[in-house]
Structure formats: structure tokens, C-alpha cells
Design a protein around this ligand. Structure first.
Ligand code: 4AD
Ligand code: MG
Length: 468
């Protein structure tokens, strides 16, 4: 093979004609006639293919026969101006080699008219499609932009543990981690409770539902931190917006009140959407044209608009008004209710037609750590609700009074013993602070316009599904 360096398709498509090049990748299609073959080659560097033109007389027939959809090949040749391929340049092949054959009769992702549901069953190969290539490149760009946003602001990336003893959200949706032998009788103490002293950690542990509590330890030392890692929830929600394993970004900031928190969250989302528009143009255009022709307009409009800021109480009033005027919801609406996604979507999609930041929730429906308002009823929570998605961010100002925090933990019947380390932040130099969690895949649903969360993560984990 030639000694010239391989160049990626993305780079070649922007290169000057009139030079010898080497490309490598997977065949998307081959067409042509007895004299000439046109091979569309993709290497994952961008959604576009480069066209390879091969004169049949210059190549062995058997070799050309092996160039089928899905096969991996290398091509050396001249980069020339293209006449009709829809691209500025194409490669006139001089040498072609096959790395790996691909039987077109058996290749699972070649099926005509395959649906997104079908592709989930072949998630190990779906990154080779245009759709998943685009989604995964955007996912990468968003991860990069998240680190850039916080790094530029001087936040410290803090790695919080995945195995933990505490249920941050108090929702009891944790996956247990144990090395106890489940084939043997489970050891129990005199009271009949499971005895974890012989378990790996000597106590009951689970996969984390949130890195927030440890994030607060970081923020009350380093000032401003963020986490970005996987979180796990054993909620039996089979919806297009829930995963059992999802990624979350959780910034936590000392000296921020709820207003500062909302401002940062709004700035953050707008930054990410703008980053996608500025850096993922061809992938977004592809998804816009294939699935959702309002995608790019929707992204632009979110950057240009001020998010609505609304008290929960006012939100309930709007919903009750809607019910009076004939809107039918499946679930009841009254002050104190935990809003269902139909309610959230009514506010965002029907009433305001833009993102809404809802604050001042009843304390009963929110987690123990949230700052209590003086009225004794509400907490300084904030949820950001987005069109087509519902809740994309959940956050709050944190209760920083030792006395109030301890009282709330007791009221909820939680164990203080497991949380002494957390409560120490309020014992020693306690400060006002706030934070929030952005669901990475919920963000990606919005940015890519995909409608099922299983299609914006490479290998989705949902109830009864842990394939690959
Ligand atoms: O609202 P949540 O439960 O908030 C927390 O975990 C806080 N500790 C965050 C914080 O203040 N640091 O979850 C935060 C976000 C949600 O708004 C949603 O975007 C996402 O995480 N999320 C999920 N995404 C996918 N699948 C699930 N099952 C999700 N549950 C929550
Ligand atoms: Mg929430």
C-alpha cells in the first residue's frame, strides 16, 4: 500500500482537487455500469460520503465484486473536481484494497425501510447509519462543549462516586450493589434484617442516582464544581424520556442563590444549543431534513428567547383555568400535586410556547436538601421545562441552615447516620449554595430532535433491556 498518509473524508471533502490521496472507510453504496463504478465511502468523520470512481477495466472483477455495502476498504487515487456527485471533489481510484468483506444478504443494517425501533435491536451496528453517526457526533460535541463551558468559567470537574450508600433524591429507586451469594440463604440479624457485614463494603450499597451530595462537598471547598457522569435509576418507567442508566451534569456553586442558579442554567443551555448550531451544522441539517423539519428553527428560537420564570402556584392556577375551559388531563390538577408530563407540556407547548423555569414547589414533592421558604410550605426548587421533552433540568437552592436541614431529615424519617458527612458541610462554615442537574440525554433529545431517548445513547438500558 502507498506510503502517503490516510486522510479523513471530512478533511478530503474540503481539500483542493489535484492531489494524490488515501482514504479508508466503509462502503455505503456501490452503483454504476459495466465500464464504471461509483462507490460512496464513509468513515464516520462526517455525515457526507466521498464518491470514489473506479474504471472497471483497471480493476480485478473479483475485487470489485467484494466491494459491497458495509465492506471496509482503502482507496488510493487522485482527488479531482467532481462533475455530478453533489460534492466538490471525488476520488479517481488507482488502487483499492478490501479490509473486511460484508455479505450484503446478511448485513443487518442494510434492510430497506428499517425503523428506529428495528435499529435498537441492532444497536451494536447502528452507529454505521447516517442517523446514528450524526447523533453520536452531536453527543460528543455536546460533551466537549459542557466541559468547555465550565472550564472557561473556572469550575472544577469533580468525579463523584458511582457506588454509594445514600439515596440523594430519596425516591427509593436505587440499584443495589452486592457480592452476597444470592444462591445461598441471605444472612440476617436477630431482628430478621439483612446482615450486610459480610457484604463487599460491609454495608448496604447502591449505584448512585445523583452525584449532588458529594458535589456539595466539592462546592463548599472549591467554590464551583460540576460533575458529568452516569447515574442510575431503577424506576420502572417505560417512556420515551426515561433511561435506567443516563448521564447527568450537575454543577454546584457556593454563594449562588436560586436566581443565580436559574441564570446559570439558562445561559448553559443556550450556550450548548448555540455550540451545536455553530459546530454540528451538517449533522443537524441531516436530522432536520430526515426527521423534523422544524429542528433548526426550534434550536435558533430557544437561543433568542428569554425563558419564562413562573411560580408553581401560578402554574397550577393556569392549569386549573385550562381545565375550567375544557382541557382534559389524565391526572388531576390541584395545589400540592406533582406535575405530570402532560401538565408540564401544556404550560410549555400550549400556554407559553417557550421554555419555562418553574420555581417555588411544595416541599412535600421535592427532596430533603432544598432550601425552605419562610412560608413553611414551599422550597426554592427550579425545574426547567422544555417543548417536546418536559423536564430537562431539576435543581434548587440548598438548605444551608443546620437546624432546618436536620429537622427535615427527621421529618422524612431518613437516617441521619448515613448523612453525617453531608451534614458536616452545614456544621463547619456553612454557606448559601445552589446547583442543578441536566439530563444529558434529555438535552440530546432536544438538540437532535429525536423523539425517543433510546436513540440518543449508544447502548440504552431500560426495564427488561440491557443488551450489548
Ligand atoms: O430532577 P432530578 O432527579 O434531580 C437530581 O437528581 C438533582 N440531584 C440534581 C441537582 O440538583 N444536582 O434529575 C435531574 C435531571 C432531570 O431534570 C432529567 O433531565 C434527568 O436528570 N433525568 C433523567 N433522564 C433520563 N432518564 C431518567 N430516568 C431520568 N431521571 C432524571
Ligand atoms: Mg426532577
Amino acid at each position: 500500500m502507498s506510503s502517503i498518509a490516510r486522510r479523513k473524508v471530512r478533511d478530503l471533502l474540503a481539500a483542493e482537487a489535484g492531489q494524490e490521496v488515501l482514504a479508508k472507510g466503509w462502503v455505503r453504496t456501490k452503483r454504476g455500469n459495466k465500464q464504471i463504478k461509483f462507490i460512496a465511502l464513509n468513515d464516520g468523520s462526517c455525515v457526507d460520503n466521498i464518491q470514489v470512481v473506479a474504471d472497471v477495466e483497471n480493476f480485478d472483477e473479483a475485487l470489485l465484486g467484494r466491494i459491497t455495502t458495509g465492506a471496509s476498504i482503502w482507496v488510493k487515487g487522485q482527488l479531482v473536481e467532481s462533475v455530478g456527485s453533489g460534492q466538490a471533489v471525488e476520488i479517481h481510484a488507482e488502487e483499492i484494497g478490501v479490509y473486511g468483506d460484508c455479505d450484503p444478504m446478511k448485513y443487518p443494517i442494510q434492510k430497506k425501510g428499517a425503523t428506529l425501533e428495528y435499529f435498537r435491536t441492532v444497536a451494536h451496528l447502528r452507529p454505521r447509519t447516517n442517523t446514528f453517526g450524526a447523533v453520536l457526533r452531536i453527543r460528543h460535541a455536546m460533551a466537549f462543549a459542557i466541559h468547555k463551558f465550565f472550564n472557561d468559567k473556572g469550575f472544577v470537574y469533580l468525579n463523584t462516586p458511582l457506588i454509594t450508600e445514600s439515596d440523594c433524591e430519596g425516591a427509593g429507586q436505587m440499584f443495589q450493589v452486592t457480592t452476597l451469594d444470592l444462591d445461598k440463604p441471605i444472612p440476617r440479624n436477630k431482628k430478621g434484617e439483612v446482615d450486610y457485614s459480610g457484604d463487599f463494603f460491609g454495608k448496604q450499597t447502591s449505584l448512585t442516582v445523583s452525584g449532588q451530595l458529594e458535589g456539595e462537598l466539592g462546592a463548599t471547598a472549591l467554590g464551583e464544581i460540576y460533575t458529568f457522569g452516569p447515574t442510575f435509576r431503577a424506576e420502572n418507567s417505560n417512556t420515551p424520556r426515561h433511561l435506567a442508566e443516563f448521564w447527568m451534569i450537575e454543577p454546584e456553586m457556593s454563594f449562588y442563590d436560586i436566581e443565580d442558579n436559574m441564570n446559570l442554567a439558562e445561559e448553559f443551555i443556550k450556550y450548548l444549543v448555540k455550540y451545536a448550531l455553530d459546530n454540528c451544522g451538517s449533522d443537524l441539517r441531516f436530522l432536520n431534513d430526515k426527521y423534523d423539519n422544524e429542528l433548526i428553527d426550534r434550536l435558533k428560537s430557544v437561543i433568542a428567547t428569554d425563558f419564562v420564570r413562573l411560580e408553581y402556584t401560578e402554574g397550577i392556577r393556569i392549569l386549573e383555568e385550562a381545565v375550567k375551559n375544557g382541557t382534559q388531563f389524565e391526572y388531576p390538577v390541584y395545589w400540592g400535586v406533582d406535575l405530570q408530563s402532560e401538565h408540564e407540556r401544556y404550560l410549555v407547548e400550549k400556554h407559553f410556547c417557550k421554555p419555562v423555569i418553574l420555581t417555588g414547589y411544595p416541599k412535600e414533592i421535592k427532596a430533603f436538601y432544598m432550601k425552605q421558604d419562610d412560608n413553611g410550605k414551599t422550597v426554592r426548587a427550579m425545574d426547567i421545562l422544555f417543548p417536546k421533552i418536559g423536564e430537562i433540568i431539576g435543581g434548587s437552592e440548598r438548605e444551608w441552615s443546620l437546624e432546618k436541614l436536620e429537622r427535615r431529615i427527621d421529618e422524612l424519617g431518613m437516617s441521619r447516620k448515613n448523612l453525617e458527612w453531608y451534614i458536616d458541610t452545614r456544621r463547619f462554615g456553612s454557606v448559601p449554595h445552589s446547583g442543578f442537574g441536566l439530563g444529558f440525554e434529555r438535552l440530546l433529545l432536544f438538540v437532535t430532535g429525536m423523539s425517543n431517548i433510546r436513540d440518543v445513547i449508544p447502548f440504552p438500558r431500560t426495564p427488561k433491556n440491557a443488551e450489548f
